[in-house]
Design a binder for this molecule. Structure first.
Ligand code: SER
Length: 561
């Protein structure tokens, strides 16, 4: 049975059983707390708490998914970055008996396959064993019912919070085929589980794995989902490399077609790594690989766009191609490559972690990521300095020419922004750190790290704290000091805020820095200008709070005349 037929049979089966068929959503999710769509339930997440919003009580889909968590496994028999997930979902409708019954019927009757064994949640912590699922499987004649804990048989949430619950899984030939999640819980951002009022079902079956079994192949790469790509690859390449190329070519074709573009952060960084790995394997000119991807998938995914894929990949090939060989030569010269050296290779020549790791298997991903993190903090700090802490040097430059009145307003908002950051840290905790800001005469826009939406109470508290500081008539003082002292004084600025001082970053600061403080309330490294007393700020009003990126929130606020 072909993979196209598997998709069709799956959707048809569930449509006949009262499910509305919903097309795959984009790989770029509308939930800013997750980078890429990792599961079929992602686009339905809100329906588990608000079923009235759902297009139907039960739905089914074939969803494009991307997981970086398996990237180091790619090349074995069954792991991928991009994959397709077949799923059926219920938002407060049917539950365990029906969900298990459907899965069993589809696998054994429709596909005629034999289930090897199943697993259920065996209980852990406060969450009890899923005896109900065990009974249902027993009633279907199963004896081999294995029990596992939270790590294996409890799923979710995606992102920081959301629906989650115990799972039951179906195995064939030692491979997990289908994961059936019973969303009985809701995980709060602090990690606490609450019993949810609405019980939901969320199932996910990997199409590639199912195709492997249904087509009687030894691994996913022999299925019709990959075979047309692999025949195009040079025969003398090692099998593992061939598989990685096939996986990455397919994944990047889908990412680019959904609008992801290479960059040094978030989804763009993931895309760049995939592209650079292909290029470092000598695949920079393999246009026919993408043609094969598009041809193999376009009837189901019409969004695949060969021209876009070729252009974006071609540009990266030119860019990276220039430094690749130098980077590889440099890498080969090194006797030992630790995380620092690896990061230098990435920074100077663009060599991604995966490529370096092939030469130095002992290199640890966490250590490299830590170096990467440090670097991002330093470069953010550099940006801040350049733009006077708040994009203000730039703004006032423009504003001054326009109007003195406007400059006054901007200056008031600038001090208000310092008070806002201090207040946010008092209410939400020290984890809040500035990610950027933009101030005009009308409003301030402040971006900061925080994992979830603020509650109305928290926003009110933040606003009140700022207004308290305003009404206390705090003097705003500027002190010039050297960086070390500024750091010791506890003034806020990028890498000191986390307590780690990255070597190599300090020299990017001038020897003397300006520190502005408003009484004991706030203290920040900044270029100014500021009002001289907080009372000049006036009444402070928060207008809006929203997400801008994964883990980053934005507040817009103004001051009243
Ligand atoms: N959300 C679950 C998973 O991704 C089941 O669909 O495995």
């Amino acid at each position: 049975m072909s993979s196209a037929e598997l998709r069709r049979k799956f959707l048809e089966f569930f449509e006949k059983r009262g499910h509305k068929i919903i097309p795959s959503s984009s790989l770029i999710p509308d939930d800013p707390s997750v980078l890429l769509t990792t599961a079929g339930m992602q686009q339905f997440k809100k329906y588990y708490t608000e079923p009235a919003l759902a297009p139907a009580p039960n739905v089914a889909s074939v969803q494009k998914c991307f997981r970086t968590s398996d990237i180091d496994e790619v090349g074995d028999e069954s792991h991928l970055t991009f994959f397709e997930m077949l799923g059926n979902f219920s938002f407060g409708g049917y539950f365990k008996k029906e969900a298990i019954g459907y899965a069993h019927e589809f696998i054994t009757k429709i596909l005629g396959l034999e289930i090897e064994y199943v697993s259920i949640f065996g209980g852990e912590g406060k969450v009890p064993e899923d005896g109900e699922s065990e009974k249902i499987w027993k009633s279907l004649g199963f004896k081999d019912i294995r029990k596992f804990g939270r790590k294996d048989n409890f799923w979710g949430p995606t992102g920081k919070e959301g629906p989650c619950g115990p799972t039951t899984e179906i195995y064939i030939n030692g491979v997990e085929i289908w994961n059936i999640v019973f969303n009985e819980y809701y995980q709060k951002p602090d990690g606490k589980l609450e019993k949810s009022k609405i019980r939901g079902v969320d199932t996910g079956m990997g199409l590639e794995r199912l195709a492997m079994i249904a087509e009687g192949k030894k691994n996913i790469f022999e299925t019709d989902l990959f075979a047309p790509l692999l025949v195009l690859l040079p025969a003398d390449l090692k099998e593992r490399k061939r598989r990685i190329i096939a996986d990455h070519a397919r994944a990047l074709a889908f990412l680019i077609s959904d609008g992801v573009r290479p960059s040094n952060k978030e989804a763009g960084y993931i895309l760049r790594r995939l592209m650079r790995r292909l290029i470092s394997y000598g695949m920079g000119q393999e246009q026919n690989l993408f043609e094969a991807v598009v041809k193999n998938y376009e009837s189901f995914y019409p969004e695949l766009n060969l021209e876009k894929i070729s252009n974006v990949f071609g540009e990266e090939n030119i860019k990276f191609g220039k430094t690749l060989n130098k980077g590889l030569a440099e890498l080969q010269k090194l006797e030992a490559v630790d995380a620092k050296a690896a990061f230098r290779l990435y920074e100077s020549y663009g060599l991604p972690f995966e490529v370096i790791k092939e030469y130095t298997p002992n290199l640890k991903r966490e250590d490299f990521e830590a170096e990467f993190q440090k670097h991002q903090e330093i470069s953010r700090a550099g940006q801040e300095k350049k733009f006077g802490g708040h994009g203000l040097i730039l703004n006032t430059g423009e504003l001054k020419a326009k109007d003195e009145e406007e400059l006054k307003k901007v200056t008031r908002l600038h001090t208000a922004t310092h008070l806002l950051q201090a207040a946010l840290r008092k209410v939400l905790g020290e984890e809040v750190r500035q990610m950027g800001s933009d101030i005009t005469a009308e409003r301030t826009r402040f971006d900061f790290t925080f994992g979830r939406k603020l509650t109305p109470e928290e926003l009110k508290e933040v606003e009140n704290l700022v207004n308290d500081a305003v009404s206390k008539n705090l003097p705003v003082m500027m002190e010039e000091m050297n960086l070390e002292d500024a750091q010791k004084s506890g003034a806020l600025y990028f890498f000191s805020a986390k307590g780690g001082s990255a070597s190599g970053g300090k020299e990017k600061y001038p020897a003397k820095v300006k520190v502005y403080s408003a009484g004991d309330f706030s203290k920040e490294l900044c270029g100014g200008p500021h009002v001289s007393n907080t009372r000049e700020v006036g009444k402070f009003v928060i207008l809006k709070e929203e997400a801008v990126a994964s883990g980053v929130r934005r507040i817009r606020a103004k001051v009243l005349d």
